[in-house]
Write a protein that binds this ligand. Structure first.
Ligand code: CAA
Length: 380
């Protein structure tokens, strides 16, 4: 077993770390406070080929592996968790399924400009009554000649307010249950596509999400992604990759909180010495570092399996489950190390607590990850 990163992986880590320290960390607090979409940072990510990290170069991507992708998401999220999730959704939830299931014509229109970062993608699975129970899709697509007429709604769609296209899941045959779900590639300027105002959220405030509505929206049959009735498999296999991205995002948030706690523990003095000389603080730092490393090993294992083309549903679910809950524990401990200052908006650590929390919910709650893991373990 080899724990060494390759030269390319180390290089992407260095580039992303320096970019995050220069462009993201100094701005993340104010973007959060003003709910400001990180427009300039996303342009820079595009220039660095970070919006299609694992997309082949022929389709506008960087052509790197998924380990590199996970490393990049950790570093970017260490600087700004909002930027991290915008990047993760475009890479994992949008480009990845188009690359895997798209035709050549679809890739030309719906992959290359998105992997280059000229356009932005989103993923429309969640509905008001189909969150954890993703197969309960109510949005319908009814065939009329060479087109489908789509009616329904989606909510909590990350990147939704800005996206140029969506991988949209619909019910084409209700009687067939999860075998009646079909995915479409839909430009967001299609007549009948309506977006609500951005959601008001507790954290990742610079990454906008929204509800959307489809009113008699006509989409050509050639825009079906994969086969008719294959949408649930497209969604689930996509989430196997997306959960690696969110786990890596959680890792980045945890590292940010941890590094700030370590720094503060050297500055703050109580009882005549710096607080890092107290064993209570030392033990918290030891626990945080151990949990971060454990999570990183799970993330890298899942990414490596994806690179090897091996089914990695359980491993991705374990990585996301552990990394997300770890990020909340670490961010809370980091806040505790900061004492009263940790509760202040003058410090970044309160943002890390808020940002960490969502990683336990989106792309499948912790409870859903436990279902995926136990179902795979207990099947005959
Ligand atoms: N890959 C390929 N196929 C898969 C699969 C996978 N990972 N997982 C399941 N399938 C197949 C199964 O093999 C099965 O096929 P057969 O019927 O042929 O045997 C079929 O799909 C149905 O599988 P299940 O019986 O396991 O399906 P289920 O209805 O019980 O649901 C679930 C399983 C795990 C609970 C699923 O509904 C789920 O993951 N829910 C959570 C949804 C979620 O993560 N939503 C996040 C939205 S995106 C988001 O959050 C974006 C954002 O903002 C950042």
């Amino acid at each position: 077993m080899d724990f060494e990163l390759s030269d390319i992986q180390r290089e992407i880590q260095r580039v992303c770390r320096e970019f995050a320290a220069r462009e993201l960390t100094p701005n993340a607090r104010q973007w959060d406070e003003h709910h400001q979409w990180p427009t300039e940072a996303l342009k820079s990510l595009a220039e660095l080929s970070l919006l299609g990290v694992a997309v082949p170069e022929q389709y506008g991507g960087a052509g790197l592996d998924n380990v590199s992708y996970a490393i990049a998401i950790e570093e970017i999220s260490r600087g700004c968790a909002s930027t991290g999730v915008i990047m993760s959704v475009n890479n994992s939830l949008y480009c990845d399924p188009v690359n895997k299931y798209g035709t050549e014509a679809q890739k030309e229109e719906f992959l290359t400009p998105f992997a280059r970062g000229e356009k932005l993608g989103c993923f429309g699975l969640t509905e008001p009554e189909a969150g954890s129970d993703a197969s309960a899709q109510k949005t319908t697509a009814v065939r009329r000649g060479d087109e489908y007429i789509i009616n329904g709604s989606k909510n909590w769609i990350t990147n939704g307010p800005k996206a140029d296209a969506i991988v949209l899941f619909t019910m084409t045959n209700k009687e067939a249950g999860n075998k009646g779900i079909t995915a479409f590639l839909v430009p967001t300027n299609t007549p009948g596509f309506i977006r609500a105002e951005p959601d008001k959220k507790m954290g990742i405030s610079a990454a906008h999400s929204c509800s959307m509505f489809f009113e008699d929206m006509r989409v050509p049959a050639k825009n079906i992604l994969g086969k008719e009735g294959d949408g649930f498999r497209v969604a689930m296999s996509t989430l196997d990759g997306g959960r690696i991205g969110i786990a890596a995002q959680a890792l980045g948030i945890a590292r940010a909180a941890f590094e700030e706690a370590v720094r503060y523990s050297g500055e703050r003095k109580t009882f005549g010495k710096s607080i890092r000389e107290h064993q209570a603080i030392q033990f918290m730092i030891a626990d945080m570092a151990t949990e971060i490393d454990a999570a990183r090993l799970l993330v890298l294992r899942a990414a490596l399996l994806k690179d090897q083309g091996v089914r990695h549903s359980s491993e991705s679910a374990m990585a996301k489950l552990y990394a997300s809950e770890m990020a909340s524990r670490v961010a809370n401990k980091a806040l505790q190390v900061h004492g009263g200052m940790g509760y202040s908006k003058e410090m970044d650590v309160e943002r890390h607590v808020r940002d960490a929390r969502i990683t336990e919910i989106y792309e499948g709650t912790s409870e859903i990850q436990r279902i995926v893991i136990s179902t795979n373990l207990l099947k005959d």
